[in-house]
Design a protein around this ligand. Structure first.
Ligand code: DAH
Length: 356
């Protein structure tokens, strides 16, 4: 019995992996193992012999099982130790930098504009960038002979084969969305329409593609006074301080009367700051929507009236964030974007601009 014990404890001690342990287990205490076979022989013994051999065999079996378990645990511990060594990680190493993109100033400013107007009850409307001659011009009271067409440096598209219609255009302003929104929703309505517009023009302050936001409010008795309040409220919220405005009589075919709006500003070392000083800077066009435009959009001018305005988004972005050259907006220069771009977490706020 002591031989058996010595033999198996030795084998267990020398087993180098799980498979070897299992082999020893089967050879000793498995169904056909040496110890198990010995136990089977107990039945053939005399009661006296059995009284001695029985407990001894049981003790031997227990001891072997205990040794097997202990060895298994030891092997597992050693394996884990090995793994921990090879998978060791130096947490003091500087991490590899994951480059993050930035939000383009145009996207940021568009979000800011939408947030401010949303607070005044304006929803967002959209229209196509390839627009029909009707929506871009005629419906806005710009007939074909009108000089405004020539002034707008329009990009014309090809007329579809077999069509007698005027060629479609790349919209020259966001104003056609006024017509589309009214056709879709009727009056009363309060919408803004931000988006891209196109004109064949290129210098430091003009790019062939740029961004505008259109505003439209039609109701029973919406007046020029409402227009003035909405614009002043918007400009103050946007620039983060009370901004004085000046309404200058002007002319647009789609509004009557029309006004260009200047904001108070200060020039210093070739740089302009809005909301201070006593210079003026033209910032947007606006007016009371022309009855012919309302009619074109299916609204009876005796039933509804209101105002519209159009603002250059790029322009107010340059003013607010001190960006000097318009063309850089659309150059896709990553260094420029990293410098002037915004973090995705810069959620638009009113910058406290609504407090007087
Ligand atoms: N559509 C004009 C432009 O692009 C801007 C404009 C002026 C829009 C007056 C308006 C407005 O809605 O009332 O130059």
């Amino acid at each position: 019995m002591d031989d058996l014990k010595a033999k198996y404890l030795d084998l267990i001690a020398n087993a180098s992996d799980e498979a070897a342990i299992e082999e020893v287990r089967l050879a000793a205490v498995g169904k056909k193992g040496e110890v198990s076979l010995k136990m089977r022989e107990l039945g053939k013994m005399t009661p006296e012999e059995r009284q001695v051999a029985g407990p001894a065999l049981n003790a031997l079996k227990d001891e072997i099982n205990a040794a097997l378990t202990a060895k298994k645990t030891a092997l597992a511990d050693a394996a884990l130790e090995e793994r921990l060594k090879s998978e060791w990680l130096d947490v003091t190493l500087p991490s590899r930098h994951a480059r993050q993109g930035t939000v383009h100033p145009i996207s940021q400013v568009t979000e800011e504009v939408m947030a401010i107007f949303a607070d005044m009850g304006f929803t967002v409307a959209e229209g196509p960038q390839i627009e029909s001659d009707w929506y871009n011009f005629d419906a806005l009271n710009i007939p074909s002979h009108h000089s405004a067409r020539a002034e707008m440096d329009t990009f014309y598209m090809k007329t579809p084969e077999g069509s007698n219609d005027a060629p479609p255009v790349l919209r020259t302003h966001t104003s056609p969305v006024q017509i589309r929104a009214l056709e879709k929703n009727g009056a009363p309505i309060r919408v803004i329409a931000p988006g891209r517009v196109y004109r064949a023009d290129y210098d430091q302050t003009h790019t062939p593609m740029f961004n505008q936001v259109e505003g439209l409010a039609i109701g029973k008795d919406i007046s020029m006074a409402n227009l003035k309040w909405v614009l002043e409220e918007f400009l103050s919220a946007f620039f983060g301080k009370r901004v004085k405005t000046r309404f200058r009589a002007s002319h647009f075919p789609f509004t009557e009367p029309s006004a260009e709006v200047d904001v108070q500003c200060k020039w210093e070392d070739g740089k302009v700051t809005v909301g201070e000083g006593d210079d003026w800077l033209e910032i947007l066009g606006s007016g009371m929507v022309h009855p012919k435009v309302l009619e074109a959009a299916g609204v009876d001018p005796n039933e509804g009236q209101g105002f519209a305005f159009g603002i250059g988004i790029d322009r107010i972005a340059m003013l607010k964030y001190g960006i000097p050259d318009l063309r850089a907006f659309f150059d896709s220069d990553l260094r420029w974007l990293r410098h002037y771009g915004f973090s995705a977490l810069d959620v638009p706020t009113l910058h406290g601009g609504l407090s007087r």
